[in-house]
Unconditional design. Structure first.
Length: 173
């Protein structure tokens, strides 16, 4: 049986307490967040508070990258390496409580979006660093980037090696 960590119970308790005893917008926001999670996963507050019971839950993924993210999230949430892989359905299973199941799903959805956004920045930096792009005439417009995106691209480029097909061929020859 997997026990919910003290920190996770405290976090859920704080959200519920904030919903119950918070003031103004804090209380409303916490209650909305709690209600959204309860509705999404079809559970009640009583089940959420009382459930230390575990059962195996399977979480679907589509790509190798999603598989890796899901593995990390499950490790983080249940603090166990006892994870079951179902290749046919592209799913990972783990024994977890209702609270842990919700935490895994929410973290997985969040980090899938984050890595997708970060990959776009990484890809732009990679193409810029290795000069993999066509010559653009001044009258042609390109996708406009925010200052933050430009700074992130420049920062990533500093940490990348610059590779060249010509250098690679010369080194082999």
């Amino acid at each position: 049986m997997i026990i919910i960590s003290k920190n996770k119970k405290e976090l859920l308790s704080k959200i519920k307490n904030l919903a119950d005893f918070g003031e103004g917008n804090e209380s409303e926001s916490a209650q909305q967040f709690l209600d959204r999670l309860l509705k999404k996963y079809e559970i009640t507050e009583d089940e959420l508070e009382s459930s230390d019971e575990t059962c195996i839950e399977f979480f679907k993924y589509s790509t190798e990258l999603e598989y890796r993210i899901l593995m990390q999230v499950i490790y983080k949430v249940i603090e166990s390496k006892e994870i079951y892989k179902e290749k046919r359905r592209k799913a990972l299973g783990a024994y977890c409580t209702i609270v842990q199941e919700i935490e895994i799903k929410e973290n997985y959805d969040f980090y899938k979006k984050v890595i997708k956004d970060d990959f776009e920045i990484f890809f732009s930096a990679f193409c810029q660093k290795n000069k993999i792009f066509p010559e653009i005439k001044s009258e042609e417009s390109s996708k406009s980037l925010s200052l933050e995106e430009i700074l992130r691209i420049k920062s990533m480029m500093k940490g990348m090696s610059e590779e060249s097909l010509i250098k690679s061929i010369e080194m082999k020859g």
